[in-house]
Design a protein around this ligand. Structure first.
Ligand SMILES: CC(C)(COP(=O)(O)OP(=O)(O)OC[C@H]1O[C@@H](n2cnc3c(N)ncnc32)[C@H](O)[C@@H]1OP(=O)(O)O)[C@@H](O)C(=O)NCCC(=O)NCCS
Length: 213
């Protein structure tokens, strides 16, 4: 299964295509959108093309991957992305969205559809991590019903910055006790914070729960 197309109320999720390079460039060149991501904003269309080849086209050669362009139905142009990295390990959910579309629940809606597909395909769990200085990303995780597990420090390259991450996890196979421990084990500085906000319920979000989580 490789990035099967998905549809939600407002979105089409599909593979990135070579024809999307301009939209990808717009997303990757934005300083603010890329502040907390493990790459520097790109400076040229050629760099965006390389990003497409290395991080999307190569994934589509694999038997199983989930690397989505998130397109608004109203124009069909990719406004962001949702990825699952480390499909045999951390199963790490990553996302980004162009600034013009922030604050409308777009990434939450996209991730919910991707997670429903992962569950259908038998992926046992997903994790996601965010920089403590980027709490809105944690907000998406909470919206998705993911549970905070622990925090840890990591020196992130290529930016060479020491980041404290929060790890969230959602088990999809009914094994509610499983915790992905590899970041904890790999980091000398790790701890559980007591005051991290709890996941928001679907009622609080005012949306039906289509995932039965
Ligand atoms: C983080 C990002 C993906 C969010 O996208 P979005 O579509 O605006 O997010 P959503 O509206 O689906 O969900 C975020 C919401 O979570 C909710 N939320 C719940 N708990 C929250 C908390 N503790 N802190 C902040 N927001 C919280 C808020 O309602 C927030 O929306 P608001 O800021 O409009 O009130 C977007 O800002 C982005 O692309 N940032 C840059 C890239 C990035 O940081 N990616 C994540 C790397 S880990």
């Amino acid at each position: 299964m490789n990035t099967p197309a998905l549809e939600t109320e407002r979105l089409i999720l599909r593979k990135w295509e070579r024809a999307d390079i301009d939209a990808l460039f717009a997303l990757l060149r934005d300083e603010e959108v890329n502040t907390f991501l493990p790459w520097f904003p790109v400076k040229s269309r050629e760099e965006a093309e390389r990003f497409y080849e290395e991080r999307f086209a190569s994934q589509y050669q694999k038997p199983c991957a989930y690397h989505y362009a998130v397109c608004l139905k109203k124009d069909g142009v990719p406004a962001g992305y949702v990825n699952l990295s480390g499909i045999d390990g951390a199963r790490d959910l990553g996302y980004g969205l162009c600034k013009a579309q922030w604050h409308q629940g777009i990434v939450t809606e996209a991730c919910r559809a991707v997670i429903a597909q992962l569950k259908k395909d038998g992926i046992p769990f997903v994790t996601a991590t965010h920089d403590v200085n980027n709490p809105r990303s944690g907000g998406v995780m909470q919206n998705l019903g993911m549970q905070y597990q622990y925090s840890y420090e990591e020196l992130v390259q290529p930016k060479n910055v020491l980041v404290t991450f929060r790890l969230y996890q959602l088990n999809l196979d009914g094994d509610s006790g499983r915790v992905y421990r590899e970041y904890w084990d790999a980091s000398a500085v790790h701890y559980v914070e007591q005051d991290v906000p709890r996941p928001r319920t679907q009622k609080q979000l005012g949306r039906p729960n289509s995932l039965d989580m």
